[in-house]
Design a protein around this ligand. Structure first.
Ligand code: FAD
Ligand code: NAI
Length: 508
């Protein structure tokens, strides 16, 4: 009978789980009516729909402001799984969440404009926006006035002005980049097997070069080698001899933000996977068929070498977006800042009163990561909710002091006095909000062949771990961090699909 009861309980909890999931999906599909934004409230303009901006929007009480979001991308992108989209392990739509669906569930409606902010005039309190999409109406440029502005536009790809990078290299930041890489990998493979192709040319076409040994470069190299080992060489055996991945890094080692032990583990794993790591090698020039890289020769002298490639993925970190550069030039307090908008401990852009910055475009002494951006966004939401509450209480206090003056007798005056005391206490509590403090949860990176590395902040200190168990941890951590239940289900389905049927090798 214990067995029967266990079975019944399992059955009931499974049923409960399904009902809960079903209810969640129903709520998601049937949003409530939303009141329109109140134009008499302060206009809060948020630039971007990335980690920083969306995390702010998630926790922001939209009833308190007239909220406007501007971004050229009408979706949120879960970047940690983007490297998996370059080989088709995950389909790109599985890690995209439409911003419209998300905003539709906020308490009060939020306006969204799919546009790029081209200029911020901080003195006039206006953002100039431009519709950069294919379809344009009669009006495709206009301006949006703001009382408060949050800049969360992220960063663009750094090229350090190296000639040829933009023309011949592929980046890995956006969905379009991952799609281009996926297509280029297959194009290189198919062209390498073209009739009568020269052996040297085959070698070049199948040489996949990744520049930048940060986490983006390492994760991509790992994913690409997996794709070759698990699928490509099975379906296109002709390429087996010549397909090769090389990672080029200017510094003495890859993954500088990880501990020494994990750097060594990554380098050892890459060696086993036959990925070549070229450290202390700085790329100086890029042409359509080869890169020129400088490294120290056996005699210690610098040598410039030509490395032919078929696919070149450029992952050398972040650079400022033009709109951010332009804003920095308008504010004298920003003149010494190089890497982004200098902010104070409340994320206010130094030299301004009503502009805040989050994520990769802000310089707050933290690494430009999703983890930092998300925490900054959540902090701003709390700050703005608190500011609105403060204003509300201050208004109530003003009203009460008028009432107190007009009170007909002592008893009424005393009652208002008690209310004022109570509100003042609440105001003090609400105003007690400390500055932004980042809490580092750790760093995680996938390094290929079902292995990952993790430097995790643990109760007693730091835990550095690498291997297959860490890989399962990496998968579950990223799955739990996905934006929505829909994303989670789609990602799991993609993983299962890739495992059962293999990745799709057709070139779109
Ligand atoms: P983003 O998320 O880049 O968002 C910027 C937003 O601004 C976008 O919506 C963009 O469309 C919009 N925008 C751009 N220009 C304008 C404009 N002119 N006007 C208005 N809007 C504009 N970090 C981690 O912590 N863990 C990871 O595992 C991890 N993996 C990564 C993998 C890859 C491949 C990449 C590229 C990055 C990864 N990162 C990771 C870093 C992380 O993605 C960034 O630090 C994070 O996205 C920064 O958030 P953000 O809000 O500042 O910018
Ligand atoms: P990065 O800035 O971390 O690394 C870029 C690397 O390129 C550097 O090591 C640099 O030395 C090298 N480089 C620069 N110029 C070069 C040249 N000319 N030739 C050869 N090498 C050159 O950049 P990445 O990987 O794009 O990451 C950007 C940010 O996103 C980082 O803050 C990173 O932590 C975060 N991120 C985090 C991930 C994770 O936690 N799993 C994954 C991807 C990104």
């Amino acid at each position: 009978s214990i067995l029967r009861w266990t079975w019944r309980l399992t059955y009931l909890s499974a049923l409960g789980g399904i009902a809960y999931l079903g209810y969640g999906i129903y709520v998601m599909r049937h949003p409530n009516d939303q009141p329109d934004p109140d134009p008499s409230k302060k206009t809060l303009v948020i630039l971007g729909t990335g980690w920083g901006a969306v995390s702010l929007l998630k926790k922001l009480d939209t009833e308190n402001y007239n909220v406007i979001v501007v971004s050229p991308r009408n979706y949120f992108l879960f970047t940690p799984l983007l490297p998996s989209c370059t080989t088709g392990t995950i389909e790109h739509r599985s890690i995209m969440e439409p911003i419209r669906n998300f905003l539709r569930h906020k308490k009060t409606a939020v306006k969204f404009y799919e546009a790029e902010a081209t200029k911020i005039d901080y003195q006039k309190r206006v953002v100039y926006i431009n519709d950069d999409s294919e379809i344009k109406g009669d009006i495709s440029s206009t301006e949006v006035p703001f009382d408060m502005l949050v800049v969360g536009v992220g960063a663009e790809n750094a090229t350090f002005g190296i000639p040829g990078v933009r023309e011949h290299g592929l980046f890995l930041k956006e969905v379009g980049d991952a799609q281009r890489i996926r297509k280029r990998i297959m194009d290189c493979c198919e062209t390498a097997t073209f009739k009568d192709q020269d052996p040297e040319e085959i070698k070049r076409l199948l040489h996949m070069v990744v520049v930048g040994g940060g986490p983006t470069g390492v994760e991509f190299a790992g994913e690409l080698q997996d794709f070759f080992n698990e699928d490509l060489k099975k379906w296109i055996p002709d390429i087996t001899e010549n397909f090769h991945v090389t990672l080029v890094e200017a510094l003495p080692n890859v993954l500088p933000m990880f501990s020494k032990q994990l750097i060594e583990y990554t380098e050892k794993t890459f060696k086993e996977e036959t990925i070549t790591i070229r450290t202390k090698t700085m790329v100086k020039n890029v042409t359509d068929k080869y890169i020129e890289a400088e490294s120290a020769g056996p005699d210690g002298k610098k040598v410039l070498e030509r490395i032919p490639y078929g696919l070149l993925v450029w992952a050398t970190g972040n650079a400022l977006r033009p709109v951010v550069k332009d804003l920095m030039m308008q504010i004298p307090e920003q003149k010494d800042s190089r890497r982004g908008l200098a902010v104070n401990e409340y994320l206010v852009v130094k030299g301004t009163e009503n502009i805040w910055a989050v994520g990769d475009c802000a310089v707050a002494n933290y690494a430009p990561t999703a983890q930092v951006a998300a925490q900054e966004g959540a902090f701003l939401a709390r700050l703005f909710n608190q500011m609105a509450k403060t204003e509300q209480i201050e208004d109530q206090l003003k009203q009460l002091s008028v009432e107190q003056e007009r009170a007909p007798n002592k008893a009424a005056r005393d009652q208002v006095f008690t209310e004022i005391k109570e509100l003042q206490k609440r105001l003090r509590r609400v105003k007690q909000m400390g500055p932004f403090e980042y809490s580092h949860q750790g760093s995680l990176a996938y390094i290929g062949s079902e292995k990952a590395v993790a430097d995790i902040s643990w109760l007693t200190g730091n835990l550095a771990t690498g291997g297959t168990l860490t890989y399962f941890f990496w998968r579950s951590a990223y799955l739990s961090m996905c934006f929505s239940t829909r994303n989670r289900i789609l990602v799991v389905m993609d993983w299962v699909k890739a495992k059962v049927f293999g990745r799709d090798v057709s070139r779109e």
